[in-house]
Design a protein around this ligand. Sequence first.
Ligand SMILES: [Zn+2]
Length: 138
Amino acid sequence: MSGHTTRLRWLAAANSIQLLVNTGERYPGLDRRADVVVKIMSQVQLVDRGFDGGACYEWQGPTSGSAGRGHSYPRMNLDSQTVAVHRALWVCLHGYLPGKKQLDHLCKNRRCVLHCEPVTHKENQRRRDGKAPRKVKI
Ligand SMILES: [Zn+2]
């Protein structure tokens, strides 16, 4: 996916988030996705970290902890299950996300729940090793 397409996708996602929040706040219980997005956004702050894709949607709630390889990823409780917030938001906005796909943070901010792109584990590793560009060109 080109950087331009990715950026447009985030803009569309931001619009979708706003629409879902409006719906969820006005008609709680009507739309499951809207309710989940409202819940997520109640713990998100928009923070400009200098990423050229725009302000990060930074999670202020609990995370996967402060140590270990998988640390600092946003976690929340949904139907008595602990889920990854960026994955939950992705599904609310874009629909099905195959279990094998990982969401790579192009902004490199693990607490961000917006600037993600679904990739294979292999591709994610390749990017983490610095063999592929992560910067989004506008
Ligand atoms: Zn971000």
